[in-house]
Ligand binder design. Sequence first.
Ligand SMILES: Cc1ncc(C[n+]2csc(CCOP(=O)(O)OP(=O)(O)O)c2C)c(N)n1
Length: 354
Amino acid sequence: MSASPTAPTSAPTVVPARTAPPPPDFDRLAAIARELRIDVLRMLEKAASGHPGGSLGMADIYTTLWFGGWLEVDPQRPDWPERDRFVLSNGHICPILYTILARKGYFPREDLWTLRKLGSPLQGHPDFHHTKGVDCCTGSLGNGVSVALGMALGGRVQGQRFRVWAGSSDGEAQEGQLWEMATAAAHHKADNLTVIVDWNNIQIDGFNTDVMWVRDLKAKWEAFGWHAQVIDGHDLRAIDGAFRAAYAVRGQPQVILAKTVLGTPVSFMLNKPKWHGQTVVVFTSGPRTVIGRWDAIVGDQLEMRDVAVHDSGRDDEPQAAWVARLKQFGIPVQHGSFALGAAEVTRVVRLRDA
Ligand SMILES: Cc1ncc(C[n+]2csc(CCOP(=O)(O)OP(=O)(O)O)c2C)c(N)n1
């Protein structure tokens, strides 16, 4: 029998940790998450491309992180050296990050409506050269989490007390680079690093269990030496509690595995892989099948609508036909966007009456 491996020898953190914030107002957080989701849908509809599923699914987590007092940042000083860092390693869900940064005051909310346009500061994946509040260019899966660890170790070497939070996903857990990072982080006892994983069992081409199952992520992260928690990623109190528990950990990096439902709360997107990276285009007549409800903005009103949607995506209708129909309704069609067309409002309920 070989001897059990010896514990790592690198020095533990000596920098005093930040103090956890007081309990947040959960009703306020729920209201913010709802507004951010509306903005995500609106900006993607305007861009006619982008990733709604994960952006909507992670709204509760990131609302709690950014508006529950967990991130010490200063939108007036995006380069403040002592700020907490946030790296969205699954960079394709940046629409939710952009809505947060706008609401925090890093840039005007109007910028959201320029998503993915040429010259816009808000591109399809985060770019710290152009977007205030973004700490790292991401999109190439596996890379962001590695940079996040570098930031955490760098901060410690410099005697800084900032924390680093990184967003990740079950799709990213298929990248070998992520596990190299996990090995190094545990070895170096990077307890100022918390990774949040969107564990929705969906990735670009289907369900994770079908494409390449990553199996029991909690057991895997723990085997790599991390403090791991599994939570309901839509339960604001559970999210806050998990952040609190992670904050208290010393000598170990922490991972929070958030079980989320892709597309929440848009009924026709829920847990459907095609909404990983397909946008909604709404227009007001055409063949219809009622498939769900979603929140819409009409003027300045938030409205809950029953929508009738004819799914005329690339599978069940020749592209030329739906492109022609979109043009008929004056909707610009961008190469590479897969439109969900022909939404007709069948019932409008003002939220305050609902
Ligand atoms: C290194 C690398 N390989 C492939 C891709 C292409 N890609 C973009 S998103 C994605 C799936 C990611 O899965 P996940 O983050 O779980 O998707 P979601 O939950 O947002 O649907 C892939 C493979 C990439 N961005 N980077």
